[in-house]
Ligand binder design. Structure first.
Ligand SMILES: *Cc1c(COP(=O)(O)O)cnc(C)c1O
Length: 385
């Protein structure tokens, strides 16, 4: 089976991890700050906190922004469940805004409508989490304008988008957001096995997230409630977690960073080949905003069902039978049993519902061979004809 995504591990990556195993520190050593520094330089952002997953990064990002009981966080239904769960972890509620039919990202038009409506009801969100689906940047400038007008904070879920650019600037620079989150799961653009990071230009938010990452404990006397008892001393001043990244993971991530640009370039080359080979099929190929540069995490095609005799499910199953490991990103969160029990229904999100009935993610990863890519396209031609 050709997978839809997979990691690319070089000999340098392996050597970097082995060097850590032979070193003094398996955690809390020099590799994590070095990895954070590499991301900060790449993304042109002041503070980066590496953590054990993007889910953890989203959680501490929400907490640092003060999300708690009585607050509401908004995101889109077409994302991984973690983009919404983070609000629930904080005791807040979550709500959703339907997607834009062209980009599949949060619809800024619908966001504005919902904000106007919520202002009248005194139920504005504390935080909005736009997700750069497939790596395609959201319309961040417009979202930033709305944030100022309606007084909410913004966390970019850029789990798909490291290496991408918005208006010629790196995703992660937080020009139009408070915090940006990356994921380093093996299917993502670079990997640390499990891992994530939170970026911000705000020293106070960075400090809060640093505390929350490590039990709420500080060794900095300036942050303590009184003088230190001695060299052994630390204080717990908040209720934090253990969300730290290990040195093994940071060494892998740092080594992967040196290939980030080439990974994204390869992904774009693969996308161009798909664009070309799939041109005549009854498929809607993924749109890319020519003003931006996608991280190209996913290549999602949508079936033009009016030209097809087979169902979405049939086509999906037949592709898997051909050995093409297609996938679907994502099942609308509001359709998950857990969220249905909270009272959500897909009926309120017609674009997400339509997307879910048509979308198929084709294999997309750096290292996908031309032969395998041709096999994918050949299978699609056979099945759709
Ligand atoms: C992968 C992903 C996450 C979660 O990332 P982890 O590092 O696995 O916790 C969150 N949001 C989106 C959009 C993702 O794709």
């Amino acid at each position: 089976m050709i997978p839809y995504g997979r990691q690319s591990i070089s000999q340098e990556d392996i050597d970097a991890v082995i060097a850590v195993l032979k070193s003094d520190f398996l955690t809390q050593g020099p590799c994590t700050p070095a990895f954070e520094q590499a991301i900060a330089e790449y993304c042109q952002v002041r503070h980066v906190l590496a953590v054990n997953s993007a889910t953890s990064a989203l959680h501490i990002a929400c907490l640092a922004l003060g999300v708690g009981p009585g607050d509401c966080v908004w995101t889109t239904p077409i994302t991984f469940v973690a983009s919404a769960n983070c609000a629930l972890y904080c005791g807040a509620t979550v709500d959703f805004v339907d997607i834009d039919p062209q980009s599949y990202n949060i619809s800024v038009e619908k966001l504005r409508e919902k904000l106007v409506f919520s202002r009248a009801n005194d139920s504005l969100p504390k935080v909005v989490i736009p997700v750069h689906l497939s790596g395609n940047p959201c319309d961040m400038a417009s979202i930033h304008e709305l944030a100022k007008e309606f007084g909410f904070k913004v966390i970019e879920d850029a789990s798909h988008a490291i290496g991408g650019k918005y208006q010629n600037e790196p995703i992660g620079n937080c020009r139009f957001s408070d915090i940006t989150v990356f994921s380093f799961h093996p299917v993502k653009i670079i990997t640390t096995a499990e891992g994530g990071a939170a970026c911000t230009n705000d020293a106070d938010l960075a400090n809060k997230m640093a505390l929350l990452r490590s039990h709420g404990i500080t060794r900095d006397e300036a942050q303590m409630t009184g003088p230190s008892d001695g060299p052994w001393y630390y204080q717990q001043i908040a209720l934090g977690f253990n969300y730290r990244m290990t040195e093994l993971q940071s060494a892998l991530g740092l080594s992967q960073m040196s290939r980030l640009d080439s990974f994204v370039i390869q992904r774009h080359e693969i996308a161009q080949v798909y664009d070309h080979l799939l041109g005549d099929l009854p498929l809607q190929r993924p749109w890319r905003d020519p003003r931006n540069y996608s991280g190209m995490h996913l290549y999602v095609v949508r079936l033009q069902r009016k030209f097809l005799k087979k169902t979405h499910l049939e086509i999906f199953k037949e592709l898997r039978e051909y050995g093409v490991g297609v996938n679907l990103h994502y099942i609308p969160i509001v359709m998950q049993p857990y969220y249905k029990n909270l009272g959500f229904s897909i009926d309120a999100f017609p674009e997400s519902q339509k997307y879910y009935s048509e979308a198929i993610s084709l294999p997309m990863f750096s290292g996908l061979s031309e032969t395998d890519q041709s096999k994918v396209c050949e299978a699609l031609k056979q099945i759709l004809s």
